[in-house]
Design a protein around this ligand. Structure first.
Ligand code: UD1
Ligand code: CA
Length: 448
């Protein structure tokens, strides 16, 4: 049998007023990635050939986001918000192209797994005309109820249209529907708006399909996968579920976490096996950690690369452009930005390294600052391999410290230091023997 083609339609035109936000609802993020892009990714993984996103509020913003994530994704604007069936029909042009499978999903339901989407398609290939993914939420209020008889799905009744008995049904509509492409357009066009909200409900295609003698079936998923986000509290709930899933995936791939629930990951975080994460570590976007590294407690990383066997923290901050070499160390209260630390370099205490290169095995003393910014432009500091920077030194960029050079502690370095050179950039100390005792005697006499 030839492969079935698949069109996926993502409904994302809702106003999302309960988010109380200037941002379109589906642009709110979990794991640092907008909700709608989680959906696009899952649909891609489930083998969608074409994805159509139906947008309303913030149309340009949503369109730009989906286009950057997956080339060729088409957006359709739903100008009036007349219900989920009406929204689906905004993608009429895509529907008319005649795919074998049509998946309709909501842009505010980001936790559906690709396997669940593929499972619904599988049921279509086995002969069902409509597949509805159901779930049993802890509280079914607000969800459409699945009305079944003898294992067949007869209808979906929206919460506000339910009779008191129907309200007691706990099996609910997740929002995912898979429809046989040969019937999709005709079913959607048959939907009317005879309900309390005067909306065109996508869910009505179930009763219509039954009336036409088509087979309608349900599949079931856990309530976590089906979580729909309508407010910030549900957003936080979804974030927690997503984080837990992603941490588990990393742990199963060989990452040790001493207190997993305190580690915050980003959608693109990559961590190699045998890396150990201590409690309370935050990963922003763009972090790659190779194997065998150790990220110690309370560290914050974004846009950073950490090579094998390196050690970061506790209490370290790696900002974008940090590139920490193999077995290098960035210790407590150190900040690194746009800087390369070559293998074995050590930046252990209370230090800022920005716009710099630190050579292999160089040692940066406590309290060192690369003064990279003069108020107008950023400048680079180059530190050679094996150099030693004494504590509490300011390296005023642009400046270079040669390989094997030595900077005396407390120096303000404004001129290049040649390889193997020794630089003092501080006032010479003066010591007056016995002067302290005389001073005390004088002050004592005056105040007594
Ligand atoms: C919907 C389902 C309900 C299901 C629940 C699961 C319908 C009629 N109801 O209810 O059975 O249990 O989701 O979370 O389908 N949208 C548009 N244009 C519109 C209306 C909605 O794009 O005109 C989009 C929204 O952005 C959202 C999705 O469709 O992503 C669902 O709409 P929403 O109003 O949230 O439906 P619910 O009342 O939650
Ligand atoms: Ca909803």
């Amino acid at each position: 049998m030839s492969r079935r083609t698949c069109l996926s339609i993502v409904l994302a035109a809702g106003e999302g007023t309960r988010m109380a936000s200037a941002l379109p609802k589906v642009m709110h993020e979990i794991g640092g990635l907008p909700l709608v892009l989680h959906v696009v990714d899952a649909l891609t993984e489930a083998g969608s050939d074409e994805i159509a996103v139906v947008v309303g509020k913030g149309a340009e913003q949503v369109s730009a986001a989906v286009a950057s994530r997956r080339q060729g994704t088409r957006c359709f604007v739903q100008h009036e918000r007349l219900g989920t069936a009406h929204a689906t029909l905004a993608a009429r042009e895509a529907l008319a192209a005649g795919h074998d499978d049509v998946l309709v999903v909501f842009g505010d339901t980001p936790l559906l797994e690709p396997s669940e989407l593929a499972g619904a398609r599988q049921r279509l290939s086995e002969g069902a005309s409509v597949v509805v993914l159901g779930f049993r939420p802890p509280d079914p209020a607000g969800y459409g109820r699945l009305i079944e008889e003898d294992g067949r799905l007869l209808a979906i009744r929206e919460d506000r249209d339910c009779s008191p008995e129907e309200k007691r049904i706990t099996f609910c509509n997740s929002g995912l529907m898979a429809i046989d492409g040969r019937h999709a357009l005709a079913l959607l066009e048959a939907v009317g708006n005879q309900n309390t909200k005067r909306e065109f409900y996508l869910t009505d295609i179930v009763a219509i399909a039954n009336a036409r003698g088509l087979t309608v079936v349900t599949a079931e998923t856990g309530h976590e996968s089906a979580l729909g986000i309508n407010n910030r509290s549900e957003l936080a709930e979804a974030e927690a579920i997503w984080q837990q899933r992603r941490r588990r995936k990393l742990m199963l791939a060989g990452v040790t976490m001493l207190a997993p629930e305190t580690v915050h990951l980003c959608h693109d975080t990559e961590i190699g096996p045998d890396t150990l994460l201590e409690p309370n570590v935050f990963f922003g976007p763009g972090v790659v950690v190779e194997g065998g590294a150790r990220i110690r407690a309370f560290s914050h990383l974004e846009g950073a690369k950490v090579a094998a066997g390196a050690e970061i923290g506790p209490f370290a901050r790696l900002r974008p452009g940090s590139d920490v070499g193999a077995k290098a160390k960035v210790g407590n209260f150190c900040e690194v930005k746009n800087a390369l630390l070559e293998p074995g370099a050590k930046v252990n205490h209370l230090t800022y390294i920005g716009d710099a290169t630190v050579g292999a095995k160089a040692n940066i003393g406590a309290g060192t600052i690369t003064c990279n910014y003069d108020g107008f432009a950023k400048h680079r500091t180059e530190i050679g391999a094996g150099a030693f920077i004494g504590s509490n030194s300011s390296l005023v960029a642009p400046v270079s410290i040669g390989a094997g050079a030595y900077v005396a502690s407390g120096s303000v370095i404004t001129a290049d230091v040649p390889p193997d050179g020794l630089a003092f950039g501080r006032a010479r100390q003066e010591t007056k023997p016995g002067r302290a005792a005389r001073l005390k005697a004088l002050k004592g006499a005056a105040s007594g």
